[in-house]
Design a binder for this molecule. Structure first.
Ligand code: M6R
Length: 606
């Protein structure tokens, strides 16, 4: 959600800022902008829309410079427009900002009284004017300390100053910010992706810190201005996978990659020769954990919901699940014998990070299930369990969902064995089943053509419902979320047994409804619920799995059958047709599949 890049160098920086912004575009794509110093003066180019447009505009204006800051925006205050795009500049400074300044209205009043004029509707513009105001009576470092004290809310900032070709400032509270070390040049970036093409040496600012970045030196300070030393980290060599290969869309590629990401993830955790699960560095005795709290947002939250079913089924743990933005403000009764597991693809989601931070402050045991291992969440948690699915570019989470479920399933199975809830034989049977998952997922991908045809009805419907019981309920939620975010169709995920308590009133003639009914212990009940919606006019797409006693479900509109597999693993297979359904529905409507409207890949504001 918004991306920052800054470069100070002896060489021209504009082109490199633009290519870094392209790598950050997954974070925000409402508008983009860049400011550089030319002969000590601030010059900016901004546009509504994508970095490609910015690049063309930069060409027109022939923007150059050896120091500059750039930004991709995901609007919070003020609609997406050229005027609201960052950087925001006064006659003295230019600022890029990720986050939200919560007291911007009060600060704006103060600055208006001082005679400052505002061009945009953003909260960020106050920072530019505040810095300008304090610079009148203070040296640069004191100005930064004073300004940061005045700001409430969350921010990562990059600032350049008129006449100061030799430095830029970075600051952080809440939103992450990294600095990168180069040869006679240094960098600022909202995450490591921004910097990877330029350096593999980076440091992260801790909360409340700021830095003064020069060509050959970077100084770090705490809130009070005392110097702090920073550890320099080596980034892994993995470049951003910005290559779609033969695919037109990242999402399609990422769905199809799932069999191989399942394999990679299993390879990391399962020792096939000894038929056992290895979770190295597990820092606690299993007997010290009596309960688990799983926390996440969006798709990651859905993976937490599924894990609750697995853990309750197979372990003695007491399992709770919460949405991070709720958890962080609840009066949580923290328990010493509870393991707090946060789940996040990006590892930068502000609410999830805050939930983790709260657990850390209360000295709880914490575990992070993440994809980006260099992320803020991964750096903070006691135990990190990566999902090993490679970079996910499409805003709609697909392979990361499968990866999150997989790691949580593996963890649950391991705990179940360690707690002696299952025998060695049962444990090894579960592992054996797991090892077949990748191949069965591959077969599920082949159901493509049927889903393509069905998707036209969903794409053009006014509203839809996704129903399931047990493991299939969280998958129903996930299927509905995918359709909402990609095809902009109103979709509700509901427990099938709950329909009669209200939502049944929504069903009308011809309404497409997805019913997830694997051949598990809920099958018959779900089929009865399905008949209730069919009786009221719904057009049902039934997703089930193959079984020897084939039952032709009466009155269903369409039926999709995934392969037979252990009931616990069926959620993985059920997910795939739903991802495809959302993908083809968006395709049918001609929407921007990898960058749906109003959304961002990394949600770094609360
Ligand atoms: O990076 P995270 O896993 O923490 O992101 C959480 C949600 O923002 C994310 O899953 C979101 O719901 C996706 N766009 C869903 O496809």
């Amino acid at each position: 959600m918004c991306g920052i890049v800054g470069i100070i160098s002896s060489k021209e920086v504009t082109g490199r800022i633009v290519s870094s912004l392209k790598k950050l575009e997954y974070r925000g794509y409402d508008s983009a902008g860049i400011a550089t110093l030319v002969d000590g003066n601030i010059n900016e180019v901004k546009c509504e829309g994508r970095v490609d447009t910015l690049e063309k505009d930069i060409g027109k204006f022939n923007l150059t410079g050896n120091i500059g800051i750039g930004h991709v925006r995901w609007a919070t205050h003020g609609k997406p427009s050229k005027i609201n795009a960052h950087p925001h500049s006064s006659d003295q400074v230019s600022v890029v900002h990720n986050g939200i300044i919560e007291n911007s209205t009060i600060l704006k009043k103060f600055l208006l009284k001082k005679g400052y004029l505002f061009k945009s509707q953003t909260d960020t513009e106050v920072i530019a004017h505040l810095v300008t105001e304090y610079l009148k009576a203070n040296p640069l470092k004191d100005t930064i300390i004073k300004v940061l004290k005045k700001l409430n809310g969350s921010f990562a900032l990059g600032i350049i100053f008129k006449g100061q070709n030799n430095l830029m400032v970075g600051a952080r509270r809440g939103s992450p910010l990294a600095v990168g070390y180069g040869l006679s040049e240094n960098y600022l970036g909202s995450d490591s992706y921004a910097l990877k093409s330029m350096t593999n040496k980076i440091s992260y600012l801790d909360d409340g810190e700021f830095c003064i970045v020069k060509q050959d030196e970077i100084e770090f300070f705490d809130t009070h201005g005392s110097k702090v030393n920073k550890k320099v980290m080596n980034l892994s060599k993995n470049e951003i996978n910005n290559d779609k290969g033969d695919y037109k869309y990242f999402m399609e590629k990422e769905i199809d990659e799932q069999p191989s990401t399942i394999k990679s993830c299993i390879n990391e955790y399962v020792d096939k020769y000894n038929n056992q699960i290895n979770i190295y560095n597990f820092p606690w005795k299993i007997s010290s954990i009596k309960s688990v709290m799983l926390i996440g947002c969006g798709t990651a939250f859905h993976s937490c919901l599924i894990a609750k079913y697995w853990m309750e089924q197979n372990t003695t743990l007491d399992v709770s699940v919460d949405i991070a933005s709720e958890f962080r403000y609840r009066k949580v009764r923290f328990k010493k014998n509870c393991l707090y597991i946060v789940v996040s693809q990006s590892g930068e989601t502000a609410d999830t990070y805050a939930a983790l931070d709260l657990c850390k402050k209360n000295k709880m045991k914490t575990c992070a299930v993440v994809n980006v291992v260099e992320s803020s969440i991964a750096r903070e948690a006691d135990l990190v369990l990566p999902i090993y699915c490679g970079q996910e570019v499409g805003v709609a989470s697909t392979k990361a969902f499968i990866g999150q479920m997989l790691v949580l399933y593996i963890l649950s199975t391991k705990i179940s064995f360690d707690q002696k809830c299952i025998t060695k034989r049962e444990y090894q049977a579960k592992i054996k089943n797991l090892l077949t998952l990748s191949n069965t997922a591959q077969k599920t991908l082949k159901l493509d053509q049927k889903i393509f045809n069905i998707s036209k009805v969903f794409a053009n419907s006014k509203g839809t419902m996704f129903l399931g019981r047990g493991y299939s309920f969280p998958i129903a939620l996930e299927g509905a979320l995918k359709l909402k975010e990609l095809a902009y169709v109103h979709a509700e995920g509901y427990p099938a047994g709950e329909m009669k308590h209200g939502p049944l009133a929504l069903i009308e003639e011809g309404m497409p409804v997805v019913v997830l009914a694997p051949r598990d212990e809920h099958y018959k009940k779900t089929i009865s619920n399905m008949q209730e919606v069919i009786a009221r006019g719904a057009k049902v797409l039934l997703i089930t799995n193959k079984n020897k006693d084939e039952v032709i479900s009466e009155n269903v509109w369409e039926e999709i059958k995934v392969d037979k597999l252990d009931n616990e693993l069926i959620p993985f297979l059920m997910t795939i047709p739903l991802q495809k359904l959302a993908f083809y529905s968006a395709l049918e409507k001609g929407y921007d599949i990898d960058k749906p409207r109003n959304l961002a890949k990394s949600v770094t504001v609360e």
